[in-house]
Structure formats: C-alpha cells, structure tokens
Design a protein around this ligand. Structure first.
Ligand SMILES: Nc1ncnc2c1ncn2[C@@H]1O[C@H](COP(=O)(O)OP(=O)(O)O)[C@@H](O)[C@H]1O
Ligand SMILES: [Mg+2]
Length: 235
C-alpha cells in the first residue's frame, strides 16, 4: 500500500473537521475523494502533506509513519501536491518555475528527462517557456503547477480540485493527462467537487461528507449508486 490514512481526526484549533477518516491508495491507482464545498477535502490534503497536524490516527506512506513529520521531509519521501489556487512564482519564467520544482532531485539528468516529458505532455508550456508565469490563463497555470509537481518525480501526486475555475475544455484536457501521468509510475490522489468527471476516470473513490467518509467503491460503482446520484449529480 502506498498511502494509508487510518482513523484520522484533524482540524483547526478547537474545531475538528476530519472525523475518523480512513483511506487507502495502492501504487499505480488513480483514486478520487469527492465531496461538496466545505466537506474537508483540502483539510485532508493538508493533513496528509503534514501542513496540518493529526489529532488522532495514523498516516503511512510507503509503509512508514509520516504523521507528525515535517512537510519538507514528506515531500522528499516522494509526495507532491498541487494545491487549490496553485501558488506559482508569477515573476519567474515558466521554465524556471519547472526547474525550481525539480531542484530537490539533485539529479540534472533526471530533471532534463522530466522537463522533456512535461513539455511533450503540455506543448503549451514549451511554446511559452520563456514567458512569466503570471501572464498565464488559469488553465495554463494549472498545467504549470502540475508540471512543477511532476518535476520532483513523485511517487504520489495529490491534486486539490484541478478543475476549479477552469473552462470545461481545459478541464477535459487536464483530466485527459492523468492516465498518462499514472502510466509513468505516478500514483494519483485527486480531490474534487466535479463528482462525475473525477469518478469516471478513477479506479476507486471515496465520498467525503462533513469530514467523514460515507461511501467508497470503484468509480463505476459509486457513479451507479442511487444515493450518490441524487445527492451529487441531481439524477
Ligand atoms: N484555515 C482554516 N481555519 C479554520 N477553519 C477552516 C480553515 N480552512 C477550512 N476551514 C473549515 O474546515 C471545513 C472544511 O474546509 P475545507 O477542507 O477547505 O473543505 P473543502 O476543501 O472540501 O471545500 C470548513 O468548514 C471550513 O470552513
Ligand atoms: Mg478545498
């Protein structure tokens, strides 16, 4: 098992947001966690990445306990995140943004290979590699943020609502890359409000409601579930 979250509680100050959350992600899977706005999706990502402490439970990555570890050590162990809102270095050129991402590898050859791969997957980034990131559209920034995370050769990529604020055609384009990323050996954990699109492309998924996992199954099982269809797809 690549990631195991076992009975985790976490939150902000005295406010508990996540309650007894357990999820598992195996090497090579695309897994999504879907839930409405405010369900606790971003809180879960922050808790896994170590920027928010757990109040109970355990988190194992690649078989080792990581709850309580420093975020930079968790990143170095092979986890990369693309946060909601992205946080790029707007004053830096596109290529420098990518190279900064890859710096933690300390492996120039690997960095060059990753850069070529990212450019082949997102030709738009290659065309615009000498431009400042702040001149980018939302979709281009999302591609760049994903590219930068991939520069670290992560074992696990955590994506926080990559579809938010993007035009449907851009969302389709970006989601279409996820299987390619997975096929290169990067396991993906995706959190999304776009229930249909994310479950359609995930092997398995979980439904998070008010900080609790209320349902889990294969993407197809969940999409066929009557309660989920009523609650999230209006069917
Ligand atoms: N920094 C924060 N401080 C206090 N409460 C927060 C903070 N961030 C989020 N929350 C609360 O935690 C709950 C879950 O939020 P969040 O994890 O952002 O949900 P989601 O990403 O699913 O929309 C919400 O009730 C939200 O108001
Ligand atoms: Mg969120």
């Amino acid at each position: 098992m690549l990631l195991e979250v076992k009975g985790v509680n976490s939150g902000y100050g005295d406010v508990q947001v996540l309650n007894n959350v357990s999820i598992e992600v195996q090497q090579g899977e695309i897994v999504s966690i879907v839930g409405a706005n405010g369900a606790g999706k971003t809180t879960l990502i922050r808790t896994i990445m170590g920027t928010l402490p757990t109040k109970a439970g355990e988190i194992l990555f690649d078989g080792k306990r990581i709850d309580g570890a420093e975020p930079h050590l968790i990143a170095r162990a092979g986890m990369a995140q693309v946060m909601e809102g992205r946080r790029l270095f707007g004053h830096m050129e596109v290529e420098d943004n990518l190279l900064v991402g890859g710096d933690i590898l300390h492996d120039k050859q690997r960095q060059r290979e990753n850069l070529e791969w990212i450019y082949s997957m997102f030709p738009r980034l290659k065309e615009r590699r000498s431009q400042l990131a702040r001149s980018f559209s939302g979709g281009e920034q999302q591609m760049l943020a994903i590219g930068r995370a991939l520069m670290t050769s992560p074992k696990l990529l955590l994506l926080d609502e990559p579809s938010i604020g993007l035009a449907p055609i851009m969302v389709k384009d970006i989601f279409g890359k996820l299987p390619l990323i997975r096929d290169r050996g990067v396991t993906i954990l995706l959190v999304e409000q776009d229930v249909h699109r994310s479950l359609s492309m995930s092997g398995r998924g979980y439904v998070l409601e008010h900080g609790e996992i209320v349902m889990s199954g294969t993407g197809q099982e969940l999409l066929g579930d009557e309660r989920l269809r009523e609650a999230y797809l209006g069917i």
